[in-house]
Design a binder for this molecule. Structure first.
Ligand SMILES: [Zn+2]
Length: 108
């Protein structure tokens, strides 16, 4: 077996250059102007809350929701986004938090 030269690369090192700031956020969510533009686009395409429409109601969508949450590996792409009204978004977020809590306590 050939002897490997020593690697100067730290284990777990990324391709980030020293002058590039590491993201302080733990997810891939677009922020700043790019995020604003994306959210406005989704709301323009889906002016009505998707969850309300499924239940035969109509409400203006004012929140952009990640269908599969970023915290569960969901993407920040358009296909993973939907427009929801505030009550539907809050309910979905609460359900996701509760499910998260359950899976965390089940791990212990
Ligand atoms: Zn709704």
């Amino acid at each position: 077996m050939p002897i490997q030269p020593p690697s100067l690369r730290r284990p777990g090192a990324t391709d980030r250059k020293a002058w590039q700031r590491a993201s302080i956020y733990g997810d891939k969510r677009k922020r700043g102007r790019a995020g604003q533009r994306d959210r406005a686009l989704v709301l323009a395409e889906e002016p009505l809350c998707r969850a309300c429409l499924e239940q035969g109601r109509t409400a203006a969508s004012t929140r952009v929701d990640h269908i599969k949450p970023l915290s569960e590996g969901g993407s920040d792409e358009r296909s993973n986004k939907q427009g929801l009204c505030i009550p539907c978004h809050d309910a979905k977020s609460a359900a996701e938090r509760a499910a998260n809590q359950r899976s965390r306590t089940a791990d212990r």
